[in-house]
Every structure is written in structure tokens, then in C-alpha cells.
Design a protein around this ligand. Structure first.
Ligand code: ADP
Length: 160
């Protein structure tokens, strides 16, 4: 039964992430969405608990998708959950350099695990969590880019 790990910060989860999870769920029997607990290089808006909770609610329509928090090496958690693949989403070519570096590093660490990269759906090609957070902070309409519960969570943060 092929299992895949879909790791990321998901700060917060948005429609581009959800689209990748839905498509990955058609390719694999089981998907574990792994929310990275503390990326040292990133300033996060939501706590790990909040990011996991939002992801769980946003993905609850997918019965073969599970959401967990994780720390440490991605390949270690992949081994722990029995995943043979890592799923990542690719937007513009600008994502490629970083994703290729990550995939090659993970492959060097764990040759038994492959990275499967899915190209974004056209309508989410320019969507990132950073853009989402910036537009939300400035009071713009983000309802096309995130599910209502995520929109609400962002509004709650920015309510005076
Ligand atoms: P990370 O912190 O590891 O970059 P993110 O939470 O930003 O993780 O994203 C997780 C994964 O989802 C990454 O592979 C990223 O490229 C992908 N992703 C982010 N935004 C989109 C989008 N709009 N369309 C498709 N994939 C996306």
C-alpha cells in the first residue's frame, strides 16, 4: 500500500496546498500531511497546534489523508509512517532550484524514499502562504485562496 508524506510549514494551509493533497490522494493509498514544528529559517504566524488544526479541518473531506505535527528530519518521519515517497508542490520555475536541492538532499539521506513533485493547478500558480498573510493583513479579499475557516483564522488575528 503506497504511502506518501506531504511535508511543509502550512502557515496557514491554503487552496494551493489543498489541491496538491487532493491530487496526491488519487495517486497514493494514504497521505500523511506532516506539519513542520519549528523551521528555524522561517518566522511563523500560527503555532504548530493551530497549523495542524487548520490543516485537519481543511482536509477532513479526504478520508485517506492524515495530518500530524513533526520535528527533525523529514526522511525520519517518512520512515516512521512507512512512506515510500515525499510529495511536494511546484509553482513557478523559481520553486525548482530549492525543491530539487531538497529532493537530492533527502535522497542522499534516504535512498529508499523518492520525491514526487506535482505541478500546481493554474489558478494557484502565484499563491503562497506569505502572499496570503500579507493580503489578509492589509484587509484584502482572500476568499478565493483559502477555505472559510482559514480566512476566519486570519481575520481573527488581524481584528483590532
Ligand atoms: P515549506 O515551508 O516546506 O516551503 P510550505 O508550507 O510553504 O512548505 O509548502 C508546502 C508544499 O506545498 C511545498 O512543496 C510548496 O512548494 C507547496 N506549495 C505551496 N504553495 C503552493 C501552490 N500555490 N501550489 C502548489 N503547491 C504549493
Amino acid at each position: 500500500m503506497p504511502v506518501a508524506l506531504y511535508p511543509g510549514s502550512f502557515d496557514p494551509i491554503h487552496n494551493g496546498h489543498i489541491d496538491i493533497a487532493e491530487r496526491a490522494a488519487r495517486l497514493f493509498d494514504w497521505i500523511v500531511v506532516a506539519v513542520y514544528d519549528s523551521p528555524s529559517s522561517k518566522r511563523l504566524l500560527f503555532t504548530t497546534e493551530q497549523r495542524v488544526d487548520l490543516a485537519r479541518q481543511a482536509l477532513q473531506h479526504l478520508p485517506t489523508v492524515q495530518v500530524i505535527p513533526y520535528r527533525g528530519l523529514t526522511v525520519d518521519i517518512a520512515h516512521q509512517v512507512g512512506a515510500s515517497a515525499l510529495v511536494r508542490g511546484l509553482r513557478a520555475t523559481s520553486d525548482y532550484e530549492y525543491e530539487a536541492q531538497l529532493a537530492l538532499t533527502n535522497r542522499a539521506l534516504a535512498p529508499d524514499i523518492d520525491t514526487v513533485m506535482l505541478i500546481t493547478s493554474l489558478q494557484y500558480a502565484y499563491l503562497s502562504a506569505s502572499i496570503l498573510k500579507e493580503v489578509a493583513a492589509l484587509g484584502g479579499d482572500i476568499s478565493h485562496w483559502a477555505p472559510p475557516l482559514v480566512v476566519q483564522a486570519l481575520l481573527n488575528l488581524h481584528r483590532p
